[in-house]
Design a protein around this ligand. Structure first.
Ligand code: SF4
Length: 744
């Protein structure tokens, strides 16, 4: 057995630090890493099962090429790289680089590989991209950009009142040591937790106020709460006068909200709504977290807007325990330009094509349609709405490349599949760094050598760029940079600045140039950390004081601290109140009145639209997080100790009404498809509401070569045109469905 080695769990955005003892290639023992500055030894149950990710029999160990009959053959790397580079170059020459769509770039905790894709894509002129963020966070991202310019996060550890809107952090975590923090809040009589959710989640069970909204009516509940704040004059006028513009129009709109009527629409007791709003107004500090429960339901962008009124109108910004404009190691939402997609003209928010419109951008004879796709460490054929239609879209493309560790559902639609090293076989890092006041970054070292035949993404992208043979990067320029990298960080910084000034193309291809020149001088196995040097410099330039307060004089020092800290490093240390300087508007005020959102707010007066029908009377929420669900990278179903089938949760009322029994089987039918599931009758569900978990429906080859498909693939039931009108995010939490007993 090896010594304990530091790395991180990769199953949710927290990426808790863990330590692993290896037995050969097995992750034999796993425990929380107390030295990790963010998670401090915390893990949930899921991290203990990571060997099933690393050592499942699903690995690809050779590049694969699709034959005309649809089967795949192994080919060598040289042939694959040459054919792929030539294929994409040909498409860019014939149809323009913008006809090549890039999707993915890494899921929870593996963002480093994807950061190398930029050089190849820029060289081709590709400018459209998308990822799973575009089916969750783009509406929220747009609201945040418009209000103050960047992503906020609550300081739940110190908040007097924590508010969770469509969010169950007991299961979905999302902030450091979530369960510890939730328990602390629930046990402290001086603090309160408010949960807005139709389901009695594990978090709701700990809450002081559970506003159990009727599914799809969160906007009415939130607007009623804000209405109470305004109508009972519980707003912080001093804060609004000092830090907010456009408050008058917003106050006037919420003054007109019919609180009693809205309470009735969302079926939450008006007295409870008033009590929760008053508790927020009376608190020293409030932190709010919204998540998929509202981001994937009706009025999702409006809900993102209105829930921010809870903390902006009460002055909970920049204060201890309040909301903060945190630093970012890489700003995932930095693209603030709203563009339009080339075929359907849908909004592109945060630089990401809405996932649900991708098939419409392909399945057309429009001259600007996407002709080719590159998918990296993602599985859109499984994880995006309407999988059958997505598969058709893939078939219509001229060229598809997938880079992944396994022959995923998406890889099986590809012309070429390139096998990547796993997350524990290369340097890796997450760019989900959202903490305040200390923000942390963790460069993980490889635990294991990649198996023969696989390569880290940085090397794959470098080979593809080389094969394009652009003639814009001179070998002498690279040699000079390599020499400087061997001398010192400072010499390299100066040489890099000089080289990119003389040849701006080097700057456009920066990830490739860094990998080729700085990479070889880095410690063994950390070559692909080279891109972090550039990111560390950008971070130090963006937040010079916060980086210095964390103990790093400049980008070079920060980079070296990252390399030297196997458990992660604090890269910025913030001070309260600095948030106001980060507001992007010239007057450094929150711009509260967003005309698009106020227009939608006005429509709430008509009451909720019924989206179910007599034929499809149940609201089905797909993608629920549970104790044994994880993202799609976890293909081996053997990791689950419970809920092996991913049960369909239904209320006792619905079970009685349609004749379902606990443990029995049911057929779920939507406008898009139909599937069979095991039933769990649960008090957590309201009548008329059912749920299916995430991470199921992936196929897997069992010990005897048999194919196993546990549970329901949620996107066999969802439709791509069922989405938010503003952001295009899917309504996965509000799918009209019918449920019947099998054989009934
Ligand atoms: S699943 Fe998330 S919270 Fe649980 S150990 Fe992994 S990273 Fe931490």
């Amino acid at each position: 057995m090896s010594d304990w080695v530091q790395t991180a769990c990769i199953l949710c955005e927290c990426n808790c630090g863990i330590e692993v003892q290896l037995d050969g290639r097995r992750l034999e023992r796993i425990r929380g890493d107390k030295a990790h500055p963010g998670s401090q030894g915390y893990t949930c149950n899921k991290a203990m099962r990571l060997d099933r990710y690393q050592n499942g029999p699903h690995r690809l160990t050779s590049p694969m090429r699709r034959r005309p009959d649809g089967s795949y053959e192994e080919i060598d790397w040289e042939t694959a790289i040459a054919a792929i580079a030539a294929g994409f170059k040909g498409i860019a020459e014939e149809h323009g680089g913008e006809s090549i769509l890039y999707y993915g770039g890494g899921g929870q905790g593996n963002h480093l590989g994807g950061s190398y894709s930029g050089a190849f894509l820029r060289a081709l002129g590709s400018k459209y991209r998308s990822s799973a963020l575009a089916q969750e966070k783009t509406g929220e991202g747009w609201v945040e950009h418009s209000l103050y310019g960047s992503h906020t996060r609550g300081e739940f550890e110190h908040a007097e009142v924590a508010v969770f809107v469509g969010k169950n952090p007991w299961m979905s975590q999302s902030f450091p040591r979530a369960r510890v923090v939730l328990r602390e809040i629930s046990r402290d009589p001086e603090r309160s937790m408010i949960v807005i959710d139709p389901v009695v989640t594990d978090t709701a069970k700990l809450a002081d106020f559970h506003l159990r909204v009727r599914p799809g009516t969160d906007a009415w509940c939130l607007a009623a709460m804000v209405g109470v704040l305004v109508q009972e004059d519980l707003v912080d006028h001093g804060f609004l006068a000092a830090h907010v513009s456009g408050a008058e129009v917003v106050l006037e709109r919420f003054a007109q909200v019919d609180v009693a009527g809205y309470a009735d629409h969302c079926q939450v007791d008006e007295a409870l709504i008033r009590a929760a709003a008053r508790r927020i107004a009376g608190a020293e500090s409030v932190s709010v977290f919204e998540d998929l429960g509202i981001q994937q339901g009706p009025n999702s962008t409006l809900c993102s807007y209105v829930n921010r009124m809870l903390w902006i109108l009460t002055g909970n910004f920049g204060n201890p325990g309040g909301m903060h404009l945190h630093t970012s190691f890489v700003n995932l939402f930095r693209d603030r330009t709203i563009r339009r997609t080339p075929v359907t003209g849908e909004r592109i928010l945060a630089g990401l094509v809405p996932c649900n419109v991708i098939p419409d951008e392909i399945l057309t004879d429009h001259p600007k349609r996407f002709r080719a796709m590159i998918v990296e460490s993602s599985n859109p054929a499984h994880s995006l709405a309407d999988s059958p239609r997505f598969r058709k879209a893939f078939e219509a493309l001229d060229l598809v490349l997938v880079i992944d560790v396994a022959m995923t559902e998406t890889a099986r639609q590809a012309d070429y599949v390139l096998p990547a090293a796993s997350q524990y076989e290369k340097a890796e890092a997450t760019f989900f760094n959202f903490e305040f006041p200390d923000n942390t970054f963790h460069l993980r070292r490889p635990l294991l050598q990649p198996p023969p035949g696989t390569l880290p993404e940085a090397e794959i992208w470098a080979r593809l760029v080389r094969s394009l043979d652009l003639g814009v990067v001179d070998d002498t320029e690279l040699a000079r940079l390599r020499e400087a990298a061997g001398e010192s960080r400072q010499a390299y910084a100066e040489a890099f600045a000089r080289a990119t000034t003389e040849n701006p193309m080097l700057s456009r291809l920066a990830p490739y140039v860094l990998y080729e020149t700085l990479g070889p001088t880095l410690p063994d196995g950390l070559e692909s950390a080279a891109a972090i040097w550039g990111l560390a410099h950008r971070c130090a330039m963006t937040y010079p004081e916060a980086v210095r307060r964390a103990g790093h004089a400049d980008g070079n020092e920060l980079f070296d601290a990252i390399l030297d800290s196997p458990s992660g490093v604090t890269f910025t240390r913030d001070e309260y109140g600095h948030d106001f300087e980060r507001i992007v508007h010239p007057d450094k005020r929150i711009a509260l009145a967003l005309p698009e959102m106020l227009a939608e707010l006005a429509t709430l007066g008509d009451g909720p639209v019924r989206r179910t029908t007599d034929r499809l009377p149940i609201v089905l929420s797909v993608g629920e997080r549970r104790s044994f669900t994880a993202n799609d990278i976890f293909r081996d179903p053997g990791w689950r100790k419970r809920d092996a089938d991913g049960a369909l949760r239904v209320s006792a009322d619905d079970a009685r009404r349609v004749g379902l029994v606990d443990g029995g089987r049911a057929r779920v039918t939507t406008a898009r498809g139909s599937a069979e599931a095991t039933v769990e009758v649960s008090d957590a569900m309201l009548a008329g509401h059912a749920s299916l978990p995430n991470g199921f429906g992936l196929d897997y080859t069992g010990k005897d070569g048999e194919t196993i498909v546990p549970g329901v693939a949620p996107n066999s039931l969802t439709s791509s045109d069922w989405r938010d009108a503003f952001a295009g995010t899917p309504w996965h939490k509000h799918v009209p469905a019918r449920i019947e007993p099998v054989g009934g």
